[in-house]
Design a protein around this ligand. Structure first.
Ligand code: HEM
Length: 232
C-alpha cells in the first residue's frame, strides 16, 4: 500500500509539473510573445473562435486580466514548490510564507475567473455555472486548509490544500482537453467543446487528487493503528 501511494505521489508530481508548464504558458504567452506569433499559436492551440472572440474579450478587461494571468502564473509555480516534500522539510518558514501568498492568489484567481465568466463568457451564460461552482470550491477548500493548519491538523491541511490546488491545476487540464477535442471531434461547436473541457478537466483532476487523498489517509490510519497496537 505504502509503495503504491509513493509511486502515485511521484506520478502526480510529474503531472503537476507538466500542467504547470502548460498553465504558465497560457498565462504569460500573451505578454511575452510577439503579438502575431501569439495569435498564430493561439489559433493552433485554442482554435479560431477562441482566438478571434475570447482573447480580445478578455483583453477588454485589462485590470482583471493582468491579475488573473500574472497571479495565476505565480500561483502555479508556488503550488509546485509547496507540494515538494524536500522543500517543505528544508525551508519550513518559507513554506509558511509562500502558503499565505498561495492562499491570496487562490482567492484572486477564483474572483477574477468568476468576473470573466460573468462579464465576457466565451461559451455564454451557462459558463457561469461550473465557474462559480469550482471557483467557489477552490476558495472554500483553501479556507478549510488554513483552519486545519491553525489547529495543528497537518494531514487534514494537506488534503484540503490538495483539493484547492486540483482546481488551479485543473485550469491547465482543461486546456489540454480542449486541444485534444479540437483535433478529435469535427462536428462539435467550439463553444460546446469548451464547456465539455471545463467540466471534464475539473472533475477528472479533482477526482484523481481525491483518490490520492483517500489512499494517503488510509495509509495514515493503518500506521496509527499499528502504533496503538504496539503501545498496548
Ligand atoms: C489559479 C490558477 C489559474 C490560472 C493559472 C488561470 C489561467 C487562465 C488564463 C491564462 C486565462 C486566459 C485564457 C488563456 O489564454 O488560456 C484564463 C481565463 C479564464 N479563467 Fe482562469 N486561471 C486560474 C484560475 C481560475 C479559476 C479558479 C477560475 C474559476 C473561477 C477561472 C476562470 C477563468 C475564466 C472564466 C476564464 C475566461 C474563459 C472564457 O474565455 O470565457 N480561472 N485563466
Amino acid at each position: 500500500m505504502k509503495h503504491n501511494t509513493q509511486t502515485l505521489g511521484k506520478i502526480g508530481y510529474i503531472a503537476a509539473f507538466v500542467l504547470t508548464i502548460v498553465g504558465v504558458y497560457a498565462c504569460l504567452s500573451r505578454y511575452i510573445l510577439p503579438h502575431g506569433f501569439h495569435l498564430w499559436l493561439a489559433n493552433i492551440l485554442y482554435g479560431t473562435d477562441y482566438t478571434k472572440d475570447a482573447l480580445p474579450a478578455l483583453a477588454s478587461k485589462p485590470g482583471i486580466e493582468i491579475v488573473h494571468r500574472l497571479f495565476g502564473a505565480v500561483y502555479l509555480v508556488i503550488g509546485l514548490m509547496q507540494f515538494n516534500p524536500g522543500f517543505r522539510r528544508k525551508r519550513p518558514q518559507l513554506h509558511r510564507s509562500l502558503g499565505k501568498l498561495f492562499m491570496i492568489f487562490s482567492i484572486t484567481g477564483a474572483i477574477t475567473g468568476i468576473l470573466f465568466a460573468l462579464l465576457v463568457p466565451f461559451a455564454g451564460a451557462l459558463e457561469a455555472i461550473p465557474i462559480i461552482m469550482f471557483g467557489g470550491f477552490m476558495g472554500y477548500a483553501i479556507y478549510r486548509a488554513y483552519v486545519h493548519i491553525r489547529r495543528g491538523k497537518v494531514m487534514l491541511h494537506r488534503a484540503w490544500v490538495a483539493r484547492s490546488y486540483a482546481i488551479g491545476l485543473g485550469v491547465a487540464t482543461i486546456r489540454v482537453f480542449y486541444l485534444v477535442l479540437q483535433y478529435t471531434t469535427s462536428n462539435l461547436d467550439q463553444r460546446d467543446m469548451f464547456m465539455v473541457a471545463v467540466w471534464a478537466g475539473w472533475i477528472i483532476t479533482l477526482g484523481l487528487v481525491e483518490v490520492y487523498n483517500q489512499m494517503l489517509q488510509a495509509e495514515q490510519a493503518k500506521k496509527s493503528n499499528r502504533r496503538n497496537q504496539l503501545a498496548t
